[in-house]
Design a protein around this ligand. Structure first.
Ligand SMILES: [Zn+2]
Length: 385
């Protein structure tokens, strides 16, 4: 997620906070300090409302973080990679290295989050029972945390993607039918339905009861339906690419250049004539790097005569690459994740092909044509092209 800053690291996982989290943090603190606490516990000073409000908000997001960590730790325990956890305005999200490979993994990695939240709710509730005779400020805080953790646990168990409950549903359907794509379609349709349902309830609340919570509900609903749609589209694309290999999409007549060429010469003798976007840098048979028109553009015109391709290129170890027998899905994932236009196909130290974003899209288009039906695409209808 761009716009996020790293704030720490636990169990080898980067913890990040997205700038949008600041708004929700302020909103939660403000709601606690100005309405929830004064309504439930009259008679405190303003300073006490704000202090408990801010502490409550901080502890709420600590609980969200614990929820996300439980997903991550279960994923790691099952041999998956987790890169980071990001807090943003709708809660938390974990960036996994790859999707769960089995229905069982998906089930346990997903269900552990809501169970953790429900567990926290029970713990806070027990603490509340013990301390409720004491200072009302502390009891209010503990009661609030029991209540929000229960709400987070129950809401996330709703059987609709992208919520945890939707992943649980997908895992169960996947296990029962053996068909991952079908399970994804069903669970994501539930997500679309839930999302639009929440938007409808939210808008009704805003207009009928003038309740501010309606805006929030509508926003969450909109986020859920759009995420459900993109999960469905991604799954359809994966299905179209399944069984295809990098070698099916790569071009083998890719342009190459020697590392000892000057930038000026590359520009005058190659780029202006063959209009290529990227050149694979090879020395003899060995892959050395990649140089793109963007890299060339970044060299000041009066320096192009003196600079070599070897100085300007992206060095081999930093170039995105895959072997020819890798699944084509991996190529798409790499291109999308790293926001790049092409990757080099390597056999040992030898470049054997180049795969561009366009090459992958071409394979998707042709596969779609051959499969005889369009994937779920709400933006297109069977008549258009
Ligand atoms: Zn979760």
């Amino acid at each position: 997620m761009s716009g996020a800053v790293r704030v720490g690291r636990v169990f080898g996982i980067d913890l990040k906070v997205h700038f949008s989290w600041v708004f929700i943090f302020v909103l939660v603190s403000w709601t606690l300090a100005t309405s929830y606490l004064p309504d439930g516990y009259p008679g405190w000073s303003d300073r006490q409302y704000w202090a408990i409000g801010i502490v409550g908000s901080l502890l709420l997001f600590t609980c969200v973080l614990i929820h996300e960590l439980s997903h991550s730790l279960e994923a790691i325990r099952r041999g998956h990679q987790v890169e980071s956890i990001t807090l943003f305005f709708l809660g938390g999200v974990s960036q996994m290295g790859e999707e769960a490979e089995t229905a069982g993994d998906e089930f346990w990695v997903s269900v552990v989050g809501p169970l953790t939240s429900l567990g926290l709710a029970v713990v806070f509730w027990l603490v509340y029972l013990i301390i409720r005779g004491g200072p009302s400020q502390v009891a209010a805080l503990v009661w609030y945390l029991a209540y929000v953790n229960a709400a987070i646990g129950i809401f996330n168990l709703l059987p609709a993607l992208p919520l945890d409950g939707g992943r649980v549903l997908r895992a169960v359907l996947w296990k029962l039918t053996g068909d991952e794509a079908r399970a994804t379609r069903a669970a994501s349709r539930a997500g679309t339905a839930l999302g639009f349902g929440l938007v409808t309830i939210g808008i009704t609340l805003i207009f009928v009861t003038r309740n501010f919570a309606g805006v929030w509900l509508a926003l969450i609903g909109w986020f859920i339906q759009s995420a459900a749609t993109s999960i469905r589209e991604q799954s359809a694309t994966e299905q179209l690419l399944s069984g295809r290999l990098v070698r099916d999409a790569m071009r083998t007549d890719f342009p190459t250049v020697d590392p000892g060429t000057t930038i000026q010469r590359l520009l005058d003798e190659r780029i202006v004539r063959d209009f290529e976007r990227a050149y694979v840098v090879v020395l003899g048979d060995t892959f050395r790097g990649l140089i793109t028109t963007t890299d060339v553009r970044d060299v000041a015109p009066d320096e192009r005569e003196r600079r070599w391709v070897s100085e300007v290129m992206i060095r081999a170890e930093n170039v995105a690459s895959l072997p020819p027998d890798a699944p084509l899905e991996d190529a798409l994932e790499l291109i999308v994740q790293r926001g790049i236009h092409q990757l080099v196909v390597l056999e040992g130290h030898r470049a054997v092909g180049l795969v561009t974003r366009g090459d992958v899209l071409r394979v998707i288009e042709v596969s779609r044509l051959l499969s005889g039906r369009r994937p779920d695409d709400p933006k297109g209808s069977p008549g258009d092209s």
